[in-house]
Design a protein around this ligand. Structure first.
Ligand code: PMP
Length: 479
């Protein structure tokens, strides 16, 4: 029997054996099921979380996570900050803090937002346990079961379980290379208005979107903000990646364009410093913020005091922007490696986005390939990605996938894409062997008004854009 030693009195207390009960008999399941809240019937797990268990195996090359490369953070810097905190403020750092976060943390947040052209009032900020909690708290504050939430198609896979948990009626608006289609958004808003329904908010990741990799154009940003004002609808701008731009001109965040009346801003230190510290934030108009703080108090009392002390200390050193610049250089190279590997290893029928920043590439395969099935095959080759379906609430996205290029090195990117390319090619060859009459390699093109052989001789091939629309695309543009 296991024992635990109490060093003070050196007595040995018997411990029950560590044994996990199975709880799988029908009676067990029924007993618990009768206790579950209604909302648990619509709760969904996060695809990335599910995959983490599989991808933790060291032999698996995971292009599935959204992991920043934390090995780039100097361990001696972490050690120095933590030693200083221990020496100078151990008691305070180990204590609870205010629910809305420390003023010093808010000062760091103001500095980060200023670097992207925003000037928030520190009183409008609440520090959260990561950006994920920020999404959860805003949804908890605004959404009753059945309320409409609008987001992009595809949307951040981690937002899907949140919206589902609060039983939102999620409507997804398609994107193209310039981000969310504002014309389609306008049509949806008109449709909802005719039904007498006012959406609670429009959730968007305008810069280097997760998972699409696309960025909302300046013209569309202005239109979105104008629409929000005209219809008095809140926009929730989630911006973890704005500072990770590898090329092109920076675009103003929606918060900057709007001034913070109708735009609620969500930020995080995860991608510019560390996800392990679990620090994010919400900037919202005072009446909304007040409710967000109440919601947070009920959830976790306050954000980690220790990691808030760490951020304060780290920012005081003044090197945070240099670290972000180093990350930008590193990830730019990895993005280029992945784009080159895709061109080399993915079949001609596949297309993908070419992000100017962020951590993700979204690839679209022929319609007959189900990336959920493909993932099972890929895992047998020790490589993982996120199947596109995780980014939709309605089952769309079956033939697409999200690929991350920040979490593994160049060699692993090349090897990982090579392995995925091989399993895709096997599928394509199998399909072509079984359906030799299909010259386009994809069924249903005619049904969508595109001739099956449209891509064979001409330079333009019919492919799906990030939104799943069949569009002509210059073959050489994407390999
Ligand atoms: N929003 C988006 C768009 C994200 O991609 C992520 C992380 N991948 C988050 C929010 C949450 O990140 P965290 O909780 O680590 O801040």
């Amino acid at each position: 029997m296991a024992t635990i030693r109490h060093t003070s009195r050196m007595t040995e207390v018997p411990q029950p054996p560590h044994k996990r009960r199975a709880h799988t008999s029908t009676r067990d399941l029924e007993r618990y099921a009768g206790l579950f809240a209604e909302r648990t019937t619509v709760m969904r797990s996060s695809a990335m979380r599910d995959l983490m268990a599989v991808t933790a195996r060291p032999e698996v090359i995971s292009l599935a996570g959204g992991l920043p490369d934390t090995s780039t953070f100097p361990p001696e810097s972490l050690a120095a900050q933590m030693s200083k905190i221990a020496a100078e403020s151990a008691a305070a750092a180990l204590q609870y803090g205010p629910t809305e976060g420390f003023d010093e943390t808010k000062d760091c947040i103001v500095e980060v937002m200023a670097a992207e052209g925003m000037l928030p009032d520190p009183d409008d900020i609440v520090v959260t346990t990561g950006g994920q909690q920020a999404i959860d708290l805003v949804t908890k504050t605004l959404v009753d079961p059945g309320d409409v939430v609008i987001c992009e198609a595809p949307t951040y896979p981690g937002a899907v379980p949140v919206f589902c948990s609060y039983q939102a009626d999620v409507r997804q608006v398609e994107m193209d290379g310039d981000g969310m289609r504002i014309d389609l958004l306008e049509a949806l808003l008109a449709e909802l208005k005719a039904e007498g329904r006012r959406p609670k908010f429009i959730y968007t990741v305008p810069s280097f979107q997760n998972p699409g990799g696309v960025t909302l154009s300046l013209e569309r940003r202005a239109r979105l903000v104008e629409l929000a004002r005209r219809h008095e609808i809140l926009v929730v701008e989630d911006n973890p990646y704005g500072m990770l731009r590898y090329e092109g001109e920076a675009l103003p965040p929606l918060y900057q364009l709007d001034g913070g009346d109708f735009v609620i801003y969500l930020g995080t230190f995860s991608k510019i410093l560390s996800p392990g510290i679990r620090l994010g934030w919400v900037v919202a108009p005072p009446p909304v913020l007040e409710k967000v703080v109440l919601g947070k108090g009920a959830t976790d009392l306050c954000t980690s005091t220790l990691t808030q002390f760490f951020v304060r200390q780290y920012f005081a050193e003044g090197g945070w922007k240099r670290y972000v610049e180093d990350l930008v250089d590193l990830y730019r190279g990895r993005r280029d490696t992945m784009l080159a590997a895709l061109a080399e290893h993915f079949p001609a029928e596949a297309t993908w986005t070419e992000p100017e920043g962020g951590l993700f590439i979204w690839a679209t395969l022929p319609e007959y390939i189900d990336t959920g099935d493909l993932l099972a095959k890929a895992l047998r080759s020790d490589v993982a990605f996120v199947p596109g379906q995780a980014a939709y609430v309605d089952g769309r996205g079956k033939n697409s996938m999200r690929l991350n290029f920040s979490g593994v090195d160049d060699e692993e990117i090349r090897e990982g894409i090579g392995r995925i390319g091989r399993v895709i090619r096997e599928q394509v060859e199998l399909y072509e062997a079984l359906a030799p009459w299909s010259s386009s390699g994809a069924p249903g093109r005619e049904a969508e008004g595109v001739p099956a052989d449209a891509g064979r001789e001409a330079e333009d091939v019919p492919v799906e854009d990030v939104a799943g629309n069949v569009v002509p695309l210059r073959k050489e543009a994407n390999g």
